[in-house]
Design a protein around this ligand. Structure first.
Ligand code: PNS
Length: 160
């Protein structure tokens, strides 16, 4: 059973994340999308909202589940019986941080390997922080987040 975790903040999930979820879910038997419940960051969406949005956009992918986690990624992966971590790489600027994180994780948990997928060129510029910035000023988000959650994302900016 090849099981992977795809961890992140997903604040909110973008089309780039969804592309990585789709592609990586085809490489494994089970993909667990792990939403970090990070109290030190001040997220726009609560962890429950982020999990719900991810569930909505992945509902057609039968081997994908979504849940939140606290603490270390290696502990979450161990608890879930995952041998693989999936991360997307958009540009060389991502590389240093991602390399450091995967090497740290491997020191703590040698049986856990990280697989990097290069982001589809259509989404190479895209990040959740871009979505938050454009949304904050009332911009059109339809090119950035899955259509299914567009209403919820606009609603959040409307409430702010
Ligand atoms: O979407 P993000 O914010 O780039 O995701 C970062 C994430 C959640 C993958 C990373 O911060 C993480 O794994 N955090 C959990 C704490 C941890 O295990 N850190 C250790 C390795 S340096």
């Amino acid at each position: 059973m090849r099981r992977a975790v795809y961890p992140g903040s997903f604040d909110p999930v973008t089309l780039g994340h969804l592309d990585i979820i789709r592609r990586s879910s085809q490489m494994v038997d089970e993909l667990i999308v792990g939403v970090l419940n990070n109290s030190s960051k001040n997220p726009l969406f609560s962890v429950a909202e982020r999990v719900k949005m991810l569930e909505e956009v992945t509902c057609g992918l039968s081997n994908v589940t979504v849940c939140s986690f606290d603490g270390l990624l290696v502990d979450f992966a161990r608890q879930r019986g995952a041998q693989i971590v999936i991360r997307g790489l958009r540009a060389i600027t991502d590389f240093e941080y991602e390399l450091q994180m995967s090497q740290t994780n491997r020191i703590m948990c040698p049986e856990l390997d990280t697989i990097f997928l290069t982001t589809d060129l259509r989404y190479a510029y895209l990040s959740s922080s871009t979505v938050r910035e454009v949304g904050r000023y009332g911009g059109d988000l339809s090119a950035f987040v899955p259509e299914r959650i567009l209403g919820q994302v606009y609603q959040k900016f409307h409430e702010k």
